[in-house]
Design a protein around this ligand. Structure first.
Ligand code: HEC
Length: 139
């Protein structure tokens, strides 16, 4: 009996350890993905509207840390956890979702997802957009 209790206790510890990890599985190529759109004020402003309609209910008012209480936490888009990621990581996470974070792939165009990334970046005064090398692009 004691052994069974011990084993279940141990597996609980293991399960909570696994789930507490930042286990987004993002392909290298997607991490390096860059926007072909300039993140200027107008472009970010488009993202603000989308954010208010589709994200604010969980992520709250940017910079106010008033996001919903959930595990894992949605977090504040103005915070370090968001700002330390690459543009490609943010894009991928919004596109695919995970757990209670919905996937927005079917809801938004690629441009709208980049609008959201631009809006998230507008809260980071140190951010400088990395421009993709478009050499060889056929238009
Ligand atoms: C129903 C609640 C909910 C909604 C709506 C929602 N999110 Fe999330 N979001 C979450 C949760 C919960 C997480 C944490 C998921 C995890 O780590 O497993 C998350 C994580 C994220 C992450 C990754 C953050 C990190 O630190 O890795 C990004 C980026 C993100 N959300 C952006 C958005 C955007 C943009 C929208 C709107 C288009 C949105 N979310 C709408 C709940 C939500």
């Amino acid at each position: 009996m004691t052994r069974i209790v011990l084993i279940s206790a141990l597996s609980l510890v293991f399960v909570s350890f696994v789930y507490s990890q930042d286990d987004w599985d993002i392909p290298e190529k997607d991490k390096e993905n860059l926007s072909i759109y300039m993140f200027d004020e107008d472009f970010a402003l488009e993202g603000e509207g989308v954010y208010e309609n589709s994200c604010m209910s969980c992520h709250g008012n940017p910079g106010k840390a008033d996001f919903s209480i959930m595990v894992p936490s949605p977090g504040d888009i103005a915070g370090q956890d968001f700002q330390n990621q690459t543009d490609g990581e943010l894009f991928y996470k919004i596109k695919t979702g995970k757990g209670s974070m919905p996937a927005f792939e079917d809801a938004f165009s690629q441009e709208e997802i980049w609008n959201l990334v631009a809006y998230i970046r507008s809260f980071n005064p140190k951010y400088e957009q990395e421009i993709p090398n478009l050499e060889g692009l056929k238009v």
